[in-house]
Design a protein around this ligand. Structure first.
Ligand code: RB5
Length: 150
């Protein structure tokens, strides 16, 4: 069983309770970092809260949801140690654990339906990092700042 932190913006708020209940029903621990109403909020604020929680709590994972999943994933990936993956189906949600050691699953509430969300949560929570040839690549993500070769 895994420990998750979850945060959304107002668009993602619509499916947050569904995700929380689903993961709890599967025996996972999940901590809700908000928002706690449908009032409009800025996704970078909630991305930062979840990203910091995941990095500070070794071995934990995150779920971030906005309308598209794009803004909240871009914001989360600004925090060192975060590998936030924007996923659209069970395949991408599982393989990002296997190959990228993703520690935050991101998706768009306006992009995927509840059935796809369940399948992504199952794939992400049950898949493990494969290590091996992927370890050096993940280490490069963590250690380097990419610059343009001009
Ligand atoms: C909010 O309208 C929307 O811009 C946000 O949820 C997200 O899709 C941004 O990337």
């Amino acid at each position: 069983m895994k420990k998750f932190y979850i945060a959304t913006d107002h668009a993602g708020f619509e499916v947050k309770d569904f995700v929380v209940e689903y993961l709890r029903s599967k025996g996972h621990e999940i901590i809700d970092l908000g928002p706690h109403s449908s009032e409009r909020v800025d996704y970078p604020d909630f991305a930062k809260a979840c990203a910091n929680a995941v990095v500070s709590d070794k071995g934990s994972f995150g779920i971030l949801i906005c309308g598209t999943g794009i803004g909240i994933s871009i914001a989360a990936n600004k925090i060192a140690g975060v590998r936030a993956a924007l996923c659209h189906d069970a395949y991408t949600a599982g393989i990002t654990r296997n190959h990228n050691d993703a520690n935050i699953l991101c998706f768009g509430s306006r992009v995927v339906g509840l059935g796809v969300i369940e399948s992504m949560l199952d794939a992400f929570s049950s898949s493990e990092f494969e290590g091996g040839r992927h370890s050096d690549r993940v280490a490069k993500i963590e250690s380097c700042s990419f610059g343009a070769d001009l």
